[in-house]
Design a protein around this ligand. Structure first.
Ligand SMILES: [Zn+2]
Length: 436
């Protein structure tokens, strides 16, 4: 018998390595890594563990990777709704950010957002915001995994006055955190309409020199396309291609508003695509042609976007919206089956971030990042197929337990690293300040 730290026995298991649901399997954990996955009775013969826990009515899966967030915008949830993107940004969000965003704001709001994500089963996020060290501190306090983008935008904030200052502060952050075990730095030009050619070329060089992903909103709205045609006489993707930015290094967020020429550029360049169906639907931005891009061999991950445009960081809900939207727009119910949608919310996110050797699926040698969802509720009974139950019937409130890097961050729905009451009090206080 080999001695290990922990054995998690699960009624159902979705590894996101093989396209099926396993039954009565054990996840064997040792030194914060996945050591083995095998039937419960075989694990009992092979391993002895300090801690063995049986999840009799649960499905265990890798945990969600929310591949597009603006965490600190959680404090603007519900501040301004029912508006088009540019009206929403110019007249509500950018002025509010200018007035309120500070070190303390980003710290408190990031922690608040991370609490929401952990309890909803997310084990990793991909963020674009300001005051990056504060988000990193929230990662350290909570124990979650995260990619933090060095935002570059031609809009002044309390964080930086111009693109050069954004870049300088971003690089300072990168140097400070490049060896952190759970933080990945990306470079994050906000969008084609907010960063000029000169800075995009500079960003490309920095990304190549330091092997960083480029995280960028791309083809979100019709306005963005019009702006590009007016100012650059070409569509945003054509311009990014001309500048040499369309490659697997690029994480293209949204990818709505695509014509045949754009789809050809994506097919040739193979960037990572992040689908944000709820934000796109709420802002009426357009629809990412997920089924088409998938058939062309592109990797498509899933993100919620910020809570000001969604209005939650709920990856379970996002999966359902993604599946329904694809079926609805293709008029084909067979597109995007449940397991494909779960892949989109897990391993595809890891691939988009270049973290697929560390997280995103249950596989020997990977980090012990996983969650348990209790399917023993009226809402998810009777149970024929655990995968379809997760995507089409479950809610995030059924996520019972969350582990990141072998540490249990949520235990029977209670936080182990965060003070829920303190987080709620701070959110209330900030709301009162913003409204005064
Ligand atoms: Zn966004």
């Amino acid at each position: 018998m080999e001695k290990v730290d922990e054995i998690i026995q699960a009624k159902w298991m979705i590894t996101c390595e093989e396209k099926k649901v396993l039954e009565n399997h054990s996840l064997v954990i040792d030194k914060n890594l996945i050591k083995d996955i095998l039937p419960i009775e075989l694990a009992a013969q092979k391993y002895s563990a300090t801690h063995i826990e049986h999840f009799a009515t649960h499905v265990v899966l890798p945990g969600f990777i929310n591949t597009h967030t603006h965490l600190a915008m959680n404090y603007f949830r519900g501040l301004a709704d029912d508006l088009a993107l540019m009206d929403w940004l110019n007249n509500y969000i950018w002025p509010a950010e200018k007035k309120w965003v500070s070190q303390e704001f980003v710290h408190d709001a990031s922690l608040f957002a991370i609490a929401e994500m952990i309890r909803g089963g997310s084990i990793c996020f991909n963020d674009m915001y300001f005051f990056l060290q504060q988000t990193a501190k929230a990662v350290d306090i909570s124990g979650i995994r995260g990619a933090i983008g060095m935002t570059v935008i031609n809009v002044p904030t309390a964080w930086a006055k111009n693109p050069d200052e954004y870049l300088a502060k971003g690089m300072e952050f990168f140097q400070e955190y490049k060896n952190h075990p759970r933080i990945l730095t990306t470079i994050a030009p906000h969008g084609p309409y907010t960063v000029d050619d000169e800075h995009l070329l500079q960003i490309k060089k920095i990304a190549e020199d330091n092997n960083l992903k480029i995280n960028m909103h791309v083809h979100e709205t019709k306005d963005e396309i019009q702006h590009s045609l007016k100012n650059y006489q070409m569509r945003p993707l054509a311009r990014l291609k001309k500048l040499g930015l369309v490659s697997p290094r690029l994480i293209a967020i949204h990818a709505c508003q695509l014509n045949e020429e754009d789809i050809k550029i994506l097919t040739d360049g193979k960037p990572q695509i992040v689908h944000c169906p709820e934000s796109n639907m709420k802002l009426a931005s357009g629809t990412c042609p997920v089924a088409r891009l998938h058939s062309l061999g592109l990797n498509i991950a899933l993100g919620t976007d910020g809570a000001a445009s969604n209005n939650d960081l709920d990856m379970v809900g996002e999966m359902r919206s993604a599946a329904f939207l694809t079926k609805h727009t293709t008029e084909n119910p067979a597109t995007q089956p449940a397991l494909d949608t779960i892949y989109m919310a897990t391993i595809n996110g890891a691939k988009a971030l270049g973290l697929e050797n560390i997280t995103g699926s249950l596989k020997k040698g990977k980090s012990a990042d996983f969650i348990a969802i209790n399917l023993d509720d009226i809402e998810t009974r009777p149970l024929y197929h655990a995968d379809s139950q997760v995507v089409y019937a479950a809610s995030r409130n059924q996520v019972s337990d969350v582990w990141v890097a072998g540490v249990r961050l949520l235990k029977k729905r209670e936080f182990t690293t965060l003070d829920e009451e303190a987080i709620k009090t701070k959110a209330r206080n900030w709301r009162n300040k913003i409204m005064s």
